[in-house]
Design a protein around this ligand. Sequence first.
Ligand code: ASN
Length: 561
Amino acid sequence: MGAEAILDPAQGHPEAPILESRVLIIMTGGTICMRDSPSGFIPARGFQEQCLSRVPTFNDGSDSKGLDVVVNQANEVKEHPSLRTPTTAYGRQIRYTVFEFEELLDSSSIDAKGWAEIARTIFRNYTLFDGFVVLHGTDSLAYTCSALSFMLQNLGKPVVLTGSQSPMLVLQNDATDNLLGSLVVAGHFMVPEVCLYFNNRLFRGNRSCKVAASDFAAFDSPNCPPLAVTTSMRTNVNWDLVNRPRNIENFSIQTNLDTSHVACLRIFPGIKPQMVDAVLKLEGLHGLVLETFGAGNAPHGEDNAMTKVLADAIKRGIVIVNVTQCLTGSVSPVYATGMSLSRAGVIAGLDMTTEAALTKLAYLLALPGATQESVTRNMSTSIRGELTESSQPVFRHPDSALPERIQTLTVLGYAIAQGDFARVQEIIKTEPHWILNDADYSGNTPIHLAATSPSIAILHFLLGQGGSVHIRNHNGRTPLFLAANAGLFEHILLLRQSGAHLHSDERPAAELLAQRKPGIWGIAGITLKQMSERELEGEHTENGFERRGKGHRVDLGGSAP
Ligand code: ASN
């Protein structure tokens, strides 16, 4: 199990200050917030006040601080009262606020409009929070998770969706544990994926499905082990499974999914080719998910009538994806009945869930410049970990994995600091574990070190390997802060291109430093509106804060030179 975390002072840093993580809870509705009414359970407003503020595990009783939340399309910022958890097992406190959607829904009524609203809320508030928890009904939760996993592009922070089978205000409920577990994940662990947390398990969102209507264990991800499991001791993350963005690109969203032109059809014994044809001839249909038997088999019909219907539709430009009705396993061309489908042009959806296949199809069809060929190609390629392309054996050391891992981290640290690009590449190539978010004794990850490395190529390479730009060291500093503090233009630019931004906790120090070096800190994202011309001139004539600083002591944090 990896040592990777946003910060883990529990691992021997008693002198480290207690950092606060900031989490935005987005309330969309669902049983978790419901109350009884004459017409049955309905969603109710005031979740933070009614359900959380009175519970000691969700409120440490400290003074409520206002947190800025961007509330609408006009980017209007409103201060929301926040609550803070007591210190967690990982030595952090989580400050959070609940942002409620105007209309709270039973999730059976949510559609692409609702998914877009969630995506936009995350996008608008991305730089203000360390992670996001989305509260949602369980009925269509797996669809929303899958859709969001595609809509949120180059996601660098945790987005955890959860809900409950029983409302928070009911005496014996699962809402408390599901929400607390989600908050802990979003506030501590750099899992930059859309996840679903339920019944002490963290699943990859686009691998999950609802498997029980009333059991507390309502979700599973049958073709992918949980990304994390919470026990009585701690939440253990399976870091080797975690997906990370590997493009030098900023976080972005794609909101206009093409849901009105896709459909899903379940094959059953005796299904008539005419039935399938009728669906495929629906006006404007662009894509169909076909739920087939076993390893992807369907009847080919008398005189191959079914295969012809499918092949004709594909010729008309419709994309057809084959997924299995089974809970586990993959579509693979083993049987003649399955092979005839692939010969007709039907795409093997491998081990994708129906939820993932349908939302991925809607996402790909809506991408700018999408063609039948591009959608077909991407459908059977993993773009967010939603399918297993091929199984690769993972080489593991049976024991003493942790000391070795730390040794490698140290060697890597030296190579980064010396600007030895070839050595860095060699270490990453031969290291069996993914160590780029592991932290050294002062909480610095390889990305922190690379942020001030003499070799920009090293930073570029490590970002391309999926290292996170959002992890903060024990002084609360991001790699971007260290690069700006070291005055490294190129490094700052590259980090910004990769979605890095200063954390709100480090802005006061950054603003002070920016008074002396507005140019460099401006690129890092600090704009000083009331800066006098003299101060701006000072930037050109004086060489840095240390010589000029009179009276100010700014905590620079980190291990920047
Ligand atoms: N009908 C509810 C919903 O999906 C079910 C739940 O949340 N447990 O909104």
